[in-house]
Design a protein around this ligand. Structure first.
Ligand code: ATP
Length: 300
């Protein structure tokens, strides 16, 4: 069977002070966009993995791969002795700040649950997802949702409308821990307020008001990502000059996403980004979309 899981952008990402466990307390609004990874799962004697896609060589094949870890976790918790072969088709940029690894983990959870007839509930899957990584529960849920804690505590957000995004891809990744480390360095010893989502952003979502949402996009990690990768400032400037309603580094970067006011406007912004040469690739994607879902039933 094949399970498809979407990329995410953080419409707002507020980062609190580091916690004793090393994580940072977050307040974020996740939004799933129509860039997908697919996990094709077939019964096998052992748990194995192959990867396909233009960035496949950057994806680990060992147990650090989140999809493989997801399958091993389900097998261990449910006590399954069957195997599975997972074939990943990567459509989400690797180490791009769009939660590609988390999408694969969520897709692998859904695939193994179905293939092995585990009958896990939504809550069971969420619990396993949170063990695998902070963004994995959202990759299961999809839509638009507020995340707190490490990002794993989710509440669906009241959001209206469909949004048209343009994603500027980079030809390299940025390490998420390095970006958080740079933020701590830039903040120095100063007090960091508790993270909070702005009323302006929530109101824009409730109203389905794209210009207001564009103005409210915010990411505390942006200056750290730009400090490590100064070329991102130019990418942001090009999209804004092309008339985007707002532009933001996605999560820890280096993907940059721009909100536009419709499909034609998205095409204009995409053309401007491509012509400027600032991005290694440009994609258009609508949001919100559903989380990890089976797209092709198992053949019997
Ligand atoms: P984060 O979720 O930490 O913000 P990201 O979205 O920036 O990460 P990912 O594509 O999830 O980026 O990959 C981050 C790192 O995780 C990669 O550099 C890779 O070493 C590792 N990784 C583990 N499993 C996967 C996977 N299935 N696909 C891609 N990368 C993976």
């Amino acid at each position: 069977m094949t399970v498809r899981a979407p990329a995410k952008v953080n419409l707002e990402l507020r980062v609190g002070p580091p916690r004793p466990d090393g994580y940072h307390e977050l307040a974020t609004v996740f939004h799933a966009v129509a860039l997908y990874d697919e996990v094709h799962a077939v019964p096998a004697d052992e748990i194995t993995l192959t990867v396909e896609g233009s960035q496949a060589e950057a994806v680990p094949r060992d147990v650090t791969n989140l999809a493989l870890r997801a399958a091993l976790l389900v097998a261990e918790r449910v006590g399954v002795e069957d195997g599975v072969h997972l074939h990943l088709r990567k459509g989400i940029p690797v180490a791009g700040g769009m939660a590609g690894g988390s999408a694969d983990a969520a897709a692998a959870l859904v695939a193994c649950d179905a293939l092995w007839h585990c009958g896990l509930s939504r809550d069971d899957l969420h619990e396993l997802a949170a063990e695998l990584g902070s963004d994995v529960p959202f990759s299961l849920l999809g839509g638009t949702a507020i995340g707190t804690g490490r990002g794993e505590r989710l509440t669906p957000a009241l959001a209206r409308g469909e949004y048209h995004w343009v994603v500027a891809l980079a030809d390299h990744g940025l390490s998420t821990p390095a970006v958080y480390g740079e933020l701590d360095r830039l903040r120095g010893a100063g007090d960091v307020p508790e993270p909070e989502i702005s009323d302006a952003l929530m109101q824009a979502l409730r109203a389905g008001d794209a210009p207001a949402l564009g103005a409210a996009l915010a990411n505390d990690l942006e200056r750290a990502a730009c400090s490590l990768d100064p070329g991102l400032r130019r990418t942001l400037a090009v999209g804004r000059q092309a008339g985007a309603l707002g532009g933001i580094v996605s999560g820890s970067g280096p993907s940059v996403v721009f909100l536009t006011d419709g499909p034609e406007h998205a095409l204009d912004v995409a053309v401007a980004l491509t012509a400027s040469g600032v991005a290694s690739g440009v994609r258009r994607a609508i949001g919100p979309v559903a989380g990890a879902r089976i797209v092709e039933p198992a053949r019997s």
